[in-house]
Design a binder for this molecule. Structure first.
Ligand code: 6PG
Length: 234
């Protein structure tokens, strides 16, 4: 597990964007399959990416998927797809055919199955499983990640690539990437900022069995943490 800490969330976002662009620059003939999480943290990165790195990003060599989605229409402010489309994808003219949203408006169980089939048929296999080049994760202050909340750890050992989960705080249904894809990704990148995340980051760095985010970080092969000083407890 590699950890990188920067003074501010903005600096951390810049570093992560440059890291992803660098990954793609080192393999100039490769198509990169990325899965993004939602929530508020990535919004800062999307905004900076669109405004400051548009010309230096090989957009056409990227395939955009989601880690998780709230079961709401894309127009809803809660939509992870809607947020990324508004802040980044529309701003940089990302071709539709390279973007594979989870359809939040569809019945959750059916959509989890549809999206699982889509990912299995479009993301290249590695060791027999669809393997994203990078899965970008956040972490809730309760220790959840990929919309897998504490108490829903069975999703970490599910054979279904995506399953429905439920936000226990408001009952909102979600579609969540399960352990079967999290643990076969070539790289997991946690992007965590803010002092309210310091405890979950300590769990991730020190223990590994307290909460889904810590468990994933400790049981995946190639994990990188991009943190600001507040989340890093500095
Ligand atoms: C979501 C996210 C979720 C997120 C954490 C952190 O759909 O909410 O994918 O798993 O990563 O909740 O969210 P914040 O960045 O808003 O703190």
């Amino acid at each position: 597990m590699k950890s990188y800490t920067y003074h501010t969330a903005t600096e951390t976002a810049h570093a992560l964007i440059k890291h992803l662009i660098g990954m793609m620059g080192r393999e100039p003939d490769k198509i990169f399959y990325f899965a993004f999480s939602g929530g508020s943290t990535p919004s800062l990165m999307f905004d900076i990416w669109a405004n400051e790195y548009k010309k230096v990003t090989p957009w056409k060599r990227m395939r955009i998927y989601w880690v998780d989605e709230r079961c709401v229409p894309a127009e809803d402010s809660e939509s992870n797809y809607g947020t990324m489309r508004r802040l980044l994808l529309d701003q940089v003219g990302m071709p539709e055919e390279f973007v594979f949203p989870i359809l939040g408006k569809c019945p959750p169980e059916a959509e989890a199955k549809r999206y699982s089939t889509l990912v299995c048929s479009t993301v290249p296999l590695w060791r027999g499983f669809p393997a994203f080049d990078a899965v970008l994760l956040g972490a809730g202050d309760d220790g959840h990640t990929s919309s897998i909340f504490p108490g829903q750890e069975h999703l970490l050992s599910s054979f279904h690539p995506y399953e429905m989960s439920v936000n226990p705080y408001n009952g909102q249904k979600r579609i969540a990437m399960t352990g079967s894809l999290l643990f076969t990704a070539r790289k997991l990148i946690f992007f965590i900022t803010g002092k309210n995340k310091a405890e979950v980051v300590r769990d991730i760095l020190d223990s590994g069995d307290t909460g889904p985010a810590a468990y994933v970080a400790h049981h995946a092969e190639n994990v990188e943490l991009f943190l600001d000083a507040q989340a890093g407890g500095k």
